[in-house]
Design a protein around this ligand. Structure first.
Ligand code: SF4
Length: 67
């Protein structure tokens, strides 16, 4: 599973970084960014839940790995 943040939509509310600090962090512009695009197997459910929590749906999850 892969995850990314659409920073053109992110409002910088810091919710995702607060809920999942291992997956998301705030960058120097006050917007969220992923720590790693590839989500570890044991974090996929958490990642989906956090993506659902984003108030503006800026967190995009890709279920399938590229290939
Ligand atoms: S929860 Fe959504 S809007 Fe808030 S910082 Fe994270 S990506 Fe941005």
């Amino acid at each position: 599973m892969k995850v990314r943040v659409d920073q053109s939509i992110c409002t910088g509310c810091e919710l995702c970084a607060a809920i999942s600090p291992d997956l998301f962090e705030m960058n120097g512009e006050g917007l969220s960014q992923v720590k790693s695009e590839a989500v570890p197997e044991d974090r996929t459910e958490e990642c989906r839940d956090t993506a659902d929590t984003c108030p503006v749906e800026a967190i995009r999850v890709e279920e399938q790995d590229e290939g």
